[in-house]
Design a protein around this ligand. Structure first.
Ligand code: FES
Length: 274
């Protein structure tokens, strides 16, 4: 039995939304956890953040980045089935009343986590502040896919200022910190920005929990591919994360390891598009 695609939509020219029927995963999933799917029998394992887990279905935001994401976008429609869908994997984040909770994101997985995390945090009685960063107006998601419904305060930034505040989420976070309005911050998206966020909040001692995305193979802590240096320890993003205390992460090592298969990924994508 496969896993039926129940909805699909464009989010921007580069990102799309897919919803898959997987009742056992949707029932067990908690914010912070992820899923791994395989599109067809000969496909690769794809780890993915969760946007929504409702009514037996898992919603995900996906970037048209590599071979598999393009294949899913172009060759699979509502009613088709994915070959495998596993989860939830990883550790859930601690959902409780912290006070003012911020979620900042600037790339596809982070945008999904932004909604999912703040929904749970709002239900736990927090005041929720969402900051969603995009490159430009064309890349901003349609209103119904933003984190607005779960945010008491919602900001959009664009690199070129075509919508919302000009800049990225770091600018907004800085202002919020200066006004003493951040009790804890969560973030997901581009690793380079997450590394900068860790440095921004460190002097203030603000708890900063971010996704640390690394190349995953098995997704269960067996292969070692997603290892990160964390304080004086080695951790696995798939088993011990993927969300970690950003102040303990060795970001230089994370950034270096994330580039490992760039060439092979590009090659696979080019071959698919030929
Ligand atoms: Fe293999 Fe994490 S993906 S150890």
């Amino acid at each position: 039995m496969g896993y039926k695609i129940t909805a699909k939509a464009d989010l921007s020219p580069i990102d799309y939304f897919v919803e898959v029927e997987a009742p056992h995963v949707a029932k067990a999933w908690k914010p912070g956890q992820f899923v791994v799917f395989i599109v067809h029998e000969k496909g690769e394992r794809v780890p993915m953040s969760v946007y929504k887990a409702e009514n037996g279905r898992i919603g995900m935001f996906i970037r048209k980045l590599g071979k598999t994401s393009l294949q899913l976008y172009y060759e699979y429609s509502v009613g088709d089935e994915l070959w495998s869908f596993v989860g939830p994997l990883g550790k859930p984040i601690k959902v409780k009343n912290y006070g003012n909770v911020v979620f900042a994101s600037d790339a596809v997985c982070g945008q999904a986590e932004n909604y999912a995390t703040l929904k749970a945090m709002k239900e736990a009685g927090n005041y929720t502040i969402s900051i969603q960063s995009f490159e430009n107006k064309a890349n901003v998601y349609p209103e119904e896919f933003l984190a607005k419904p779960v945010a008491d305060e919602h900001y959009i930034t664009t690199d070129d200022g075509s919508v919302g505040i000009k800049g990225n989420y770091l600018d907004v976070v800085k202002e919020l910190i200066e006004k003493d309005r951040v009790d804890i911050i969560f973030a997901g998206g581009k690793l380079g920005t997450l590394a900068k966020l860790a440095e921004l909040t460190r002097p203030y001692g603000i708890p900063t929990i971010t996704t640390v995305r690394q190349i995953m193979v098995d997704g269960t802590g067996m292969c070692g591919s997603c290892r990160i240096l964390y304080g004086n320890e080695i951790k696995f993003a798939c088993r011990d994360g993927p969300m970690f205390d950003a102040h303990k992460v060795d970001w230089a090592d994370v950034l270096k390891r994330a580039e490992r298969f760039k060439e092979q990924e590009q090659l696979a994508k080019e071959r698919y598009l030929e």
